[in-house]
Each structure stands twice: as C-alpha cells, then as structure tokens.
Design a protein around this ligand. Structure first.
Ligand SMILES: Nc1nc2c(c(=O)[nH]1)N[C@H]1C(S)=C(S)[C@@H](COP(=O)(O)OP(=O)(O)OC[C@H]3O[C@@H](n4cnc5c(=O)[nH]c(N)nc54)[C@H](O)[C@@H]3O)O[C@H]1N2
Ligand SMILES: Nc1nc2c(c(=O)[nH]1)N[C@H]1C(S)=C(S)[C@@H](COP(=O)(O)OP(=O)(O)OC[C@H]3O[C@@H](n4cnc5c(=O)[nH]c(N)nc54)[C@H](O)[C@@H]3O)O[C@H]1N2
Ligand code: SF4
Ligand SMILES: [Mo]
Length: 748
C-alpha cells in the first residue's frame, strides 16, 4: 500500500534533497520505515554502530507525525526474542523446540529436501507465502526462482489487501490508479481510517485536503476517527459497500451527473451497466445498507459534482463476499465521473521508463503455460491468477511496454484457500513444501483450522522471520531475517506508482540475520541454480536496475528522497487503455469470457443464523502493532496488553457484558477468548474483533502455539463458498454471524 507521495507534476519530477543535519558523534541516515507497509521517510540516528533513534524526516508529508511503531523499531529489533541464528526443529513438527545450526547445514538440507519433493510431486508442490512489505520486498526474486523452477503457487497477504484490488482494477482500465491528493477536491473513504499511528502519510494527505476546504466522505458502520472529521458520514451496514455504490450510480445516472463525453468516447458497456443500475432504486439500496435514500443521494451528488474526487485504496472492499463487484464499482465511479487520469483525480502511472521493475525481474514469461494452468484456485476463482489476467498481457505490452504488470504483487497469485486445501491433502494435487517469508501464514488468512492441518501435512516448512511466531513454531527451519534498519532498500511504489524512494542501510544486522535478497540467493544456490540470482549483492542488483538512469544505488540514495518520472495525464488519448477493447470496460469482457457476470452485482448475505445472532468483523487496526507482529515489544505491549472486542453500550447491556470482562466469541468456524470493550461509537449488534493476536511470552508448540489457538481472529473466519467472493475467492471478514459466550469471570 501507498507511500502517499505527492504526484503533482511539480513534485513528480526528480527531487534532490539535502542530507539530514548531523550532530557530533551521531551519524544520520535517510531511511524508509518498513515497520508497516507504507514506507514513511524517516531519519535514523546511529551511534557506535547502532541505531539509537528514529525520527521524522523534514519532508512535509512526514515531518508532523511519526507513529509509535516507527519510533520503537530500534527496541523491537534489539529485543531478546529476536531470532539471530538459523534454527532447526528438534522432535515432531510443532514441538516448538529448535536447535541452532549453521546456514550451510540448513541450506544443504533444505536444498536436498526441496529437490526431492519437486522430483516426486512436480514443482507445483512447492508453495511460497509472503508479505512483500516487511521484508523490504523480495525484489521479485522469489517469483523469479519459482518461475524458473516451475511453481505457480505463490500466495500473500496482498490477496486480502491491495494486491487483489490492483488485479480487479486492471480488468476495468488496465492499470490501478493512484489519487492525486494535492489537487483533489473530495476524498471518499470506504471504511478506511488512517490516523496518527496508522498510515500516517495518508492521514496527513487527508488533513491537507480538508485544510484546503476539500470534502471528506466516510462510509463506516462505526463513527471512526475519520468519520468524526468527515463532511458526510454514511453509517452503512457492515459488508454493504457494493450495494451503496450501485445506489450512488443510480443517482449519478438518473441525474445526469456523469462525464458524458468521456463515457461516450472511452467506455464500453454503458447501456448494460445502466440497466443493471436501474435494478437498484434507492429504496432497495437503503434497505440493504441501512442508510436513508436522502443521505445516499447527497453523498453521490457530492462525489460527482464537487470533483475531481478520489476514492483511495481501502482494504475494506478487499475483504468482502462482494469484493469483486465492490472494487469494480469503485473503478467504474472513477471512470464515469471523469476522474480517471486527470489532475485531482486518480492517475494511471505505468512503469518508470528508466528503472527495471520487479515485474521484469520476476520473469513470468519463463513459467510454462502448462504450469500456469496448474495455479491453485484458478479454475474456480481466477481473477487474480494467471488465467484471470491472461487477456491483459497483450494490451499491457501495447500500452505499458511489458506483458506482466504485477501491480502490488497481486496480479498473478494462487488462491490462498485453494493452496491450503492442496497442502492439507484435499487435492487436486499434493503441495508438500511451504516457504513463509515475513508472513505469519497460520494467522494471516481465513480458516485457521484448515491452515493448521495444511501445515501439519507438509514435508518441509521454511520460515524467514524475526521472532518465533506461531507459524515459525511449525517449521522445520527458521532462518533469521534482517530488519529495515539493517539493509538498504529501493521502494518501488509497489509496482503501482512509477515512484522510487531509496533507503540507506543504518547498521549491520545482528547475529547471522540476512536480507531476503541473500535468502533467495542462497536458496537458488541450494537448488543448484545460482545463475538465477547473478548479482553478488543487493546493491549490485539495484545498480543494475538503475543503469538506464545513469546512477549507481549509492549515488541515487545520497541524492534523492523521491524519484519519479514526469507525470503525464490522459495518456490514454495516445495509447488507449490497456484492456482487450482499449476502452474502459464498464462491462468486463474478461469476466464475461471467464464465465462470470460481466457487470457489478449485489449478492445478498446468507439468511440470519438464530444461533449466532450478532455480527462481527475483523479490523480496526491496533495503533501499537502491525498486523500479527509487535506483541513481543514491552513498550508496545504495556499500552495494549490484551485483545479487546468492541460492542455498543446497548449490545453490552443486552448481552449482560461489562467493560474488561473476558468472554468467548464464537462463529461456526471457531472461537477466541477476548476482553470486552464497550464503545459508544459502535452500532448495536456489531462486534469488532482485532486482527492477529497471540502472546509471544506464552507456551510454544502445538496445542497452544503461544496463544494463537486462543486469540487469533483467523480462527473465526470461514472460507467456504457462502463467505468467499465468487470471482477472486477472497474471504469475507466484514459481517460474519457470531455469538458472545460469557466465561463467568475466568481470566485468560
Ligand atoms: N484473518 C485475517 N487475515 C488477514 C487480515 C485480517 O484482518 N484478518 N488482514 C490482512 C491484511 S490487511 C494484510 S496487509 C495481511 C498482512 O500480512 P503480512 O504482511 O504477512 O503480516 P503478518 O501476517 O503479520 O506477518 C508479518 C511477519 O513478518 C515479520 N517481519 C517483520 N519485519 C520483517 C523483516 O524485515 N523481515 C522478515 N523476514 N520478517 C519480518 C513479523 O515478525 C511478522 O511475523 O494480512 C491479511 N490477512
Ligand atoms: N497501527 C497500524 N496501522 C496500520 C496497520 C496496523 O496493523 N497497525 N495495518 C496497515 C494495513 S496493512 C492496512 S490494510 C490498513 C488497514 O486500515 P484501515 O483501512 O483503516 O482498516 P481498519 O482499521 O481495519 O478499519 C477501518 C474502518 O473500517 C470500518 N469497517 C469495518 N467493516 C466495514 C464495512 O464493511 N464497510 C465499511 N465501509 N467500513 C467498515 C471499521 O469500523 C473501521 O473504522 O492499516 C494500515 N495501518
Ligand atoms: S506509519 Fe509508522 S510503522 Fe508505518 S511506515 Fe510510517 S512510521 Fe513506519
Ligand atoms: Mo493490509
């Protein structure tokens, strides 16, 4: 997700900055924080070879705030819990016991075992699950090795977060666009709630829009912090975003508020879309969303007439059973209102013309078609798989110069649930080796019972981590990763923006921790394929990527804070859009060819379940932690020691709950222990469950897995058909039937 850089033409040119000022005995480094996934520009202070402080940079987008996760990073990475040496499992899988081994020993065994699995079951028996964000990206090397070896089975948290959004946006107009915050008049947040400790630069951008007199529309069942500052707040029912947008389009079409000329010249399928939208009179939309027709119409008019407007990316519509329609509707709103690729709207950036993108390093072209066809999940839920994106290859080459634009690394993924089923032995073929790179796989998707079964059925699990996560506890090998203080980085705008930001290495990694670059280089060697990673060092890889720009990485990092190609709007007038028709596809030819409804639609929630009368969602990020991480850092844990649910005072009363009481929340999939938090900004009947809880200090190994079995939200989330989006197969995390069971005061 977004680094929220400014993309106005003035700021988009190459930008030189002076080095941050120095103090005696302290050196400073220009760095990008990777303690979450937004890459804030920060300054590190280094004393005697160690980072002693992380502070904000002078960049106006970052200087006012730095979040607590960034500030505590040096403590996080110096924590005694950090894995500093390669660890090999002792005893049965899940014993939770490990012994130190050398890198050479670990790699020799991993290489032998992985080759054996590939020989016996085919390369598709090797799956990789990764967070592209924490590891400082893997530079496309994981995919490159997999593509040469022959495995299409790569999954990631980006399946639930921005990667899938990118893939779905590509169906409509070929490239996922980015908001021009500096010039926009109106920002619409579908649930998204950035704040002082959550995606600070986006929060700052929204503040700046507000300060200029721009409008803010927030759709959120809860009166969130962003809803507090909004001009319009729509308290819609959880999971009803797609229906809301169909209502907006009804108003926009009926009142003629769309950009007629653009629609006429640059879109296909308008009449079909209009007919579909006519099935959604505001009375119907009001019933589904719980918002009044007047409020719905007011918001639609504001978005369409106060523009140029932007709908920044949000994970909320990534994680719903109507996700494909929801994301498509956002892309359609942008297009029909004339906000696509215009100043103040959302820009289609394409690749930087002089820097080699990760999509190219990944070399998707070498993976044989027969292996692509084996990508798990591509039969039932193809949208973000090779199959779903295949029709975009030629148009992407025509407009953007490469066949494979792996935007946000989410455009050629296997389906996570399908991979876990194959790993668990449920077919269609065996998957026997899992590599988990900076990703708490066990807790990072839906249906944790299935993931556990899948992991226990593996012949080889390799984890690259900082700490002994519940996922790591199930591994054969846990290999120590470096941190963002300990490596250089060249942030590539997620393959989404043609904006590059360098980050200087601040200190040496402790123990035998290494970068993900080094990890993949060693794995390529262990597989007998050292030629796949020919660069001797990460810096050498960056030098190679920057060759056409005429600088080496060291100079690049000294010279620039942000480097971007000059931004040109309305490029489609010269090239057309990178879709099969060359137009904005309001009616998607790709969805049509894949056998799905080519128009956005609304799929009703399953009927109420009397045994589970409440509704839960996972989310509302914890200020202190990034996703499942950080619970081992005492300074953070002291601020947020336990997992807490939110319910309204009325719901608490009806359920007989009091603040701080421990309860169980149950769904048909599983249950968790959690403390009650009564919150006046919650609507009645809705329960918020935080993501990613475990307790690193508690008992390791199967049974407990340091509290993952007791607290992880993934225990509650199903991945059966009713609760999966149809076209992408992403799980519904926003609106699941649940119940709260009292535990008569027992302490967890
Ligand atoms: N059930 C459920 N699943 C979800 C979500 C949810 O709300 N509920 N949210 C989704 C969302 S929005 C996202 S973005 C994804 C997040 O998915 P991920 O980004 O994969 O996040 P985590 O699963 O917390 O795993 C990150 C791991 O990386 C480790 N780590 C941190 N820095 C480094 C590093 O520099 N190097 C290495 N090697 N490791 C590092 C941390 O210790 C942590 O264990 O999860 C998604 N999955
Ligand atoms: N401190 C901190 N910051 C983070 C992260 C972190 O873990 N910790 N994670 C980062 C990542 S990877 C992500 S994806 C973002 C996520 O951050 P956000 O996009 O802000 O997502 P959440 O905080 O989960 O929820 C935001 C709002 O969505 C509302 N909501 C819940 N269900 C629905 C629904 O169905 N529809 C609508 N319209 N609204 C709904 C909730 O009430 C909540 O107010 O945060 C990023 N920033
Ligand atoms: S929001 Fe915080 S954790 Fe995320 S990159 Fe910025 S400073 Fe780091
Ligand atoms: Mo996310």
């Amino acid at each position: 997700m977004p680094g929220a850089p400014s993309i106005t033409p003035s700021a988009a040119g190459s930008k030189s900055i002076p080095r941050p000022h120095q103090r005696p005995g302290i050196t400073t480094r220009k760095t990008l924080c990777a303690s979450c996934d937004i890459a804030c520009s920060v300054v590190t202070e280094v004393q005697k070879g160690r980072v002693t402080r992380v502070r904000s940079s002078d960049n106006p987008l970052f200087k006012d705030n730095i979040c607590i996760k960034g500030i505590t990073a040096p403590k996080n990475f110096a924590n005694p819990d950090r894995v500093l040496y390669p660890q090999r499992r002792v005893g049965e899988r899940g014993s939770g016991k490990f012994e130190r081994v050398s890198w050479d020993e670990a790699l020799a065994d991993i290489g032998t075992r992985l080759k054996k699995i590939i020989d016996e079951h085919g390369p598709e028996a090797w799956a990789v699950s990764t967070s592209q964000w924490n590891t400082g990206t893997d530079h496309g090397l994981g995919r490159r090795i997999m593509n040469h070896v022959g495995s299409p089975n790569w999954i990631s948290g980006v399946a639930l977060c921005a990667g899938n959004t990118a893939a779905v946006n590509r169906l409509t107009y070929g490239w996922y666009p980015w908001p021009d915050y500096d010039n926009t008049n109106c920002v619409v947040l579908f649930g998204h709630n950035p704040g002082k400790n959550s995606w600070v630069p986006v929060y700052n951008q929204i503040q700046r829009v507000k300060a200029r007199g721009g409008k803010l529309i927030v759709l959120d069942p809860r009166k969130s912090e962003c809803a507090e500052m909004a001009d319009l707040w729509l308290p819609l029912k959880v999971g009803s975003d797609a229906a809301m947008m169909l209502g907006w389009l009804k108003v926009i079409f009926d009142e003629g508020l769309y950009d007629h000329a653009f629609v006429e010249r640059w879109t296909i399928g308008f009449e079909d879309l209009r007919k579909r939208v006519d099935e959604f009179p505001l009375s119907r939309v009001a019933e589904i969303t719980g918002c009044s027709p007047e409020l719905i119409a007011k918001a639609a008019r504001m978005y369409a007439t106060m523009g140029p407007s932007v709908i920044p990316w949000t994970p909320i519509t990534d994680q719903q059973r109507n996700s494909t329609s929801g994301i498509r509707l956002q892309s359609i709103l942008r297009a029909v209102c004339g906000y696509l690729d215009v100043p103040g709207g959302e820009a289609l950036m394409g690749f930087h013309p002089k820097i080699v993108p990760e999509s190219e390093i990944e070399m998707h072209e070498v993976l044989p078609e027969a292996q692509k066809a084996k990508q798990l999940g591509s039969d039932h839920h193809p949208v973000f798989t090779y199959r779903g994106q295949a029709a975009l290859r030629e148009p992407c080459k025509r407009v953007w110069g490469h066949e494979y634009a792996n935007q946000v690394t989410g455009c050629f993924m296997a389906n996570p649930s399908a991979v876990f089923r194959a790993m668990a032995g449920e077919g269609p073929y065996p998957v026997k080796a899992l590599f988990s790179i900076g990703n708490n796989t066990l807790m990072g998707f839906a249906n944790m019972p299935l993931i556990l079964k899948a992991m226990l059925n593996q012949e080889l699990i390799v984890v690259q981590e900082h700490v002994m996560t519940p996922t790591a506890q199930l591994a054969d090998y846990v290999l120590p990763g470096d941190s963002w203080l300990e490596r250089p980085w060249m942030f590539d705008g997620y393959g989404w923006l043609s904006i590059y930001k360098p980050s200087q290495k601040s200190m040496e990694p402790p123990g035998e921790c290494t970068s993900t670059f080094e990890f993949w280089k060693r794995i390529a060697g262990a597989l007998g394929r050292p030629e796949l990673v020919p660069w001797p060092t990460l810096e050498a890889l960056y030098d190679w990527r920057l060759e056409a720009l005429g600088v080496d990485f060291e100079t690049f990092a000294e010279t620039y804070e942000v480097h971007a190609d000059k931004l040109e709007f309305r490029k489609y007038e010269k090239t057309g859009f990178a879709t099969p028709s060359g137009k904005v596809e309001l009616r998607s030819s790709i969805l049509d060819d894949l056998g799905f409804d080519p128009l956005p639609y609304w799929r009703d929630a399953p009927p109420p379940d009397a045994e589970y009368p409440l509704t839960m969602f996972t989310g509302v990020r914890e200020a202190e932690y990034f996703q499942t991480g950080g619970r081992h850092v005492p300074e953070l844990r002291a601020r947020k020691p336990e997992p807490v649910l939110f319910v309204s005072p009325t719901t608490a009363k009806a359920q007989g709950l009091s603040e701080g009481e421990w309860v169980q929340v149950e769904t048909r999939t599983g249950k968790v222990d959690i403390q009650v938090g009564v919150r006046t900004n919650m609507p009645d009947g809705l329960v918020r469950i935080p993501h990613g809880w475990w307790k690193p200090e508690t008992e390791r190994g199967l049974g407990k897995l340091s509290g993952a079995m007791q607290y992880a939200d993934a225990q509650l989330c199903p991945d059966d058909g009713e609760y999966l989006d149809v076209e992408q197969g992403v799980p519904h995390l926003k609106g699941l039937p649940c119940r709260i069971v009292k535990r008569s005061g027992a302490l967890a």
